[in-house]
Design a protein around this ligand. Sequence first.
Ligand code: DC
Length: 228
Amino acid sequence: MRGPQRIAIDGPAGAGKSTIGEQLARKLGYLYIDTGAMYRALTWLALQEQVDINDGPALGRLALSSEIVISRPQVADGRQYTVTLGGRDITWDIRSAPVTRAVSPVSIHPDVRTVIRARQRAMAQRGRVVMVGRDIGAVVLPDAELKIYLIASLEERARRRYAELVAQLGEHNPALPSMQQVMSDIQRRDSIDHDNMQPAADAIIVDTDNLNIAQVLEIICRYVEDKS
Ligand code: DC
């Protein structure tokens, strides 16, 4: 089969990138790489080692010495992939609230981005990939054969995140944040991520507000066929 070697899927938090990216990769038999997981793994390490999340050069050094590996799921517990750091499985740790709070400030440092982007480019050499993130089409893989940029309104993204949290934590769990809290968290991340979250000039913008997952996949698959 011909077809795009590299598919970039970018967009803001909660636009559906990881769900869509993982399903698309499975359908096409491509490797799925969620680049947010790399920033999250580094953030987890920084919190663990008590490195100041405002100290770009220190975080850059930490990134350089870190051994972050993303591989196909090694355990059947609902994970999309396995993330290890120095051999330790941190797949679920990187989804914790402290990591989610700190990851945007960590990922804005140029010293961090230089190291992580180089690793992402190296990973894309491994074969046919669906790479999901914020800056993949515009910066990491500017030559990607297909670039999709998913968007959705703030309200819709918050609604989706909230539904995910209810499914994870249960409706009556005291740890469940309010809808308002979820919305302001997304807004805060949007504003910090903003500069590293621009669609490439040749990206196809897909507004997912009124579309379900199957419909978004169908649209993207049509573009994949067009490139084949
Ligand atoms: O998609 P996510 O929520 O797991 O991403 C976590 C953070 O990582 C996000 O707030 C911004 C950052 N990120 C980035 O700057 N560039 C990417 N390509 C992917 C994620």
